[in-house]
Design a protein around this ligand. Structure first.
Ligand code: NAP
Length: 263
């Protein structure tokens, strides 16, 4: 690895790192040399995930808290910052979705999705900036979705949250950029993880989605590790306010069904 991509000596927080995409992001950032604080609510799964990375020789720590608790978010960032004397990287990865046709949607769902995906990311970014700005360096990477750039039916709260997070990414890029802190978004397409349990249970869904993706398959969680490690590194020094879609080409192309019904 060239020093351009090295995160040696740096300290990172990756939320939602106990499984799925966040686990692979934590692995990627730690493999590049950073000490990574992995967060989630479920202690058992979080500790098991950290143990796996520690066994692989990586420098990881854990911090369990609920992103719905703003005070806990503030405490986590400030305590890590105080213990380490620095915070270089924040990856706002943890997120939830909710499939609900608008007619049946509840306000509680809206609040829950917005609270986890947007409000917590905002609070964590604000607290991280309080450490990063005085040091003149920082990388904030928000994890969006292809649904941060396009819409779809039956998941309006989630689409709204990810579009909101994209807006916040651009706002923070403008505000923190003069202080040497960048803010970008990595926007995944379809990956096989727990968040997609509902749609993966639908007969034919996985294959149907694959037929519309130029790479003809869903993403593998490990395929986000290097992308986020790059975005967190010095190699991405002039990238700011950007939404980087990682979806096998799904949103950049217009692939119609290949079963004879398309053109
Ligand atoms: N997988 C995909 O296809 C896909 C596509 C587009 C975007 N994304 C985005 O990528 C991110 C990661 O998704 P994923 O597929 O890896 O999901 P996942 O497998 O469900 O993992 C979610 C992670 O977030 C944590 N989390 C959830 N709610 C939390 C809360 N209130 N407080 C603290 N931690 C919480 C979970 O741990 P606990 O439950 O123990 O708290 C877990 O570690 C999300 O932002 C998601 O929207 C995923």
């Amino acid at each position: 690895m060239t020093s351009r991509f090295s995160l040696a000596g740096q300290v990172a927080i990756v939320t939602g790192a106990s499984r799925g995409l966040g686990f692979e992001m934590a692995r990627g950032v730690a493999e590049s040399g950073a000490r990574v604080y992995m967060t989630a609510r479920g202690v058992e799964q979080l500790e098991a995930a950290a143990a796996e990375l520690t066994a692989a020789g990586l420098d990881v720590r854990t911090r369990a808290f609920d992103l719905a608790d703003a005070d806990a978010c503030v405490a986590a960032v400030s305590e890590i910052g105080a213990a380490e004397g620095r915070l270089d990287i924040l990856v706002n990865n943890a997120g939830i979705n909710a499939w609900e046709p608008l007619a049946q949607a509840t306000t509680a769902t809206w609040d829950r999705v917005m609270g986890t995906n947007v409000r917590a990311s905002y609070v964590l970014a604000r607290e991280a900036a309080r450490i990063m700005v005085p040091r003149g360096y920082g990388r904030i990477v928000n994890i969006g979705s292809a649904l941060a750039v396009v819409g779809r039916e039956n998941i309006a709260a989630y689409v709204s949250s990810k579009h909101g997070l994209a807006g916040m990414t651009r706002a923070l890029a403008a505000e923190l950029g003069p202080h040497g802190v960048t803010c970008n978004m990595m926007a995944p397409g379809y990956f096989v993880t727990e968040i997609n349990t509902t749609i993966l249970a639908r007969p034919g869904y996985e294959k149907g989605v694959s037929s519309r993706i130029p790479l003809r398959r869903w993403g593998r969680p490990e395929e986000v590790a290097g992308v986020v490690a790059f975005m967190a590194s010095g190699a991405a020094s002039y990238m700011n306010g950007h939404v980087l879609v990682v979806d096998g080409g799904l949103t950049e192309t217009f692939v119609l069904p290949v079963d004879g019904t398309g053109v």
